[in-house]
Design a protein around this ligand. Structure first.
Ligand SMILES: CSC[C@@H](O)[C@@H](O)C(=O)COP(=O)(O)O
Length: 361
């Protein structure tokens, strides 16, 4: 993706050849700060604090975290410790475990002297794979937008949270078809759910779409149902942090309510995902997917930029009131029109997913 004409990925190795660069997503859209990560503790903290976030990107950054950890300690104990520390940073997105399992499988049987170089190579392969996967997701989602635009002359999409290039290594998942539609001249407009409590929609998705020149408007999270009732939404496309083998979808809190409203209004509700987001071991998403509970302060406070350019956090809830902050919810497969993957589109079901991934265990 390009920012002010300059091509970027969301994670890359610095010119020094070993340290790892990311955008500090807690500062966007107000400041474009690029962080330099140099060790295991820094990577774990960047993931925990959501300086990097978004399921596929968390996986790729964690893979580089293993490489950085091995520079300090290439022993088998060092490898296992890195995998354990990184694996505990965030519980819901399965891409984190997928990437760490892949790193361990590649590195475990190597002699320690060969591990560092192999870890960087594997992390790069994961990042390259994610970028290409997301490009293909866009190709498979694009016909849905093309079809609507052919009938209506334009297409209005609603999306929740940030499933754009900032949440992946490049292109994004839910936003990838939108970028590709825009690039081929389809008049596409996006309703961007602000996505409280952390406002990934208002801050990150709006930033991305603005930089790409895609027409969009930020809406309060509660506005989607009203817009659907009035024919203002042609299609909902969201990303996901974990999809069960039966097609249940965990995504940012509030996604389930959008799916309910979409069902009631006959609006197609599509979910875009890479292969690394499928959890083949889980069948019942509501019962089995761990939902991250984050700090109450994310709900009781808001962060933004003041008129004179300072980034400030203020309290918006009544003094002394506690808050609950479940960060994800699960949308049952029955509410999902279909899944958009790098291998094509399918029904949100075990049959649909297995037809696309016959090799899955
Ligand atoms: C392609 S990203 C899909 C999801 O990871 C995204 O929509 C989301 O819910 C991210 O949650 P976050 O808590 O910001 O990491």
């Amino acid at each position: 993706m390009k920012i002010d004409g300059k091509p970027y990925r969301s994670v890359w190795v610095d010119e020094d050849g070993w340290s790892v660069r990311i955008f500090d997503q807690t500062k966007l859209p107000w400041q474009l700060d690029i962080l330099r990560l140099t060790g295991l503790a820094e990577v774990a903290q960047a993931i925990r604090s959501m300086q990097v976030r978004g399921a596929p990107l968390i996986g790729a950054v964690a893979a580089y975290g293993v490489a950085l950890a091995l520079r300090a300690d290439p022993s088998t104990e060092g490898l296992e410790r890195a995998v354990a520390v990184l694996g505990e940073t965030r519980p819901t997105a399965i891409n984190l475990r997928w990437a760490l399992d892949r790193m361990r499988a590649r590195l475990h049987n190597l002699p320690p002297t060969e591990r560092v170089a192999a870890a960087y190579a594997e992390a790069l392969a994961i990042a390259d794979d994610d970028a290409e996967t997301c490009r293909r997701i866009g190709q498979h989602g694009l016909p849905l937008l093309r079809e609507i635009a052919a009938k209506k002359g334009q297409v209005k999409v609603l999306t929740h949270c940030n499933a754009g290039w900032l949440a992946t290594v490049d292109y994004g998942t839910a936003l990838s078809p939108i970028y590709q539609a825009h690039d081929e001249g389809i008049p596409v407009e996006v309703w961007v759910d602000e996505t409280r409590p952390r406002n990934q929609g208002a801050a990150l998705t709006a930033f991305e779409l603005g930089k790409h020149g895609v027409k969009h408007a930020v809406i309060a999270d509660n506005a989607g149902g009203h817009l659907m009732q009035h024919g203002e939404v042609d299609i909902v496309i969201v990303g996901t942090d974990r999809v069960t083998r039966t097609g249940d979808v965990a995504n940012k809190i509030g996604t389930y309510l959008k799916a309910l409203a979409a069902k009631d209004n006959g609006v197609p509700f599509w979910v875009a995902l890479p292969h690394s987001t499928i959890d083949w071991r889980v069948a019942d998403g509501v019962a089995e997917i761990p939902i991250e509970e984050r700090a109450a302060a994310e709900v009781t406070e808001l962060t933004g930029r003041t008129a004179d350019g300072r980034i400030e956090t203020i309290r918006v809830a009544a003094e002394g009131s506690p808050a609950a902050n479940p960060a994800f919810d699960v949308t049952p497969a029955r509410l999902v029109t279909g899944l958009i993957t790098e291998r094509g589109r399918c029904e949100a079901s075990e049959t649909g997913l297995r037809a696309l991934y016959p090799e899955a265990g």
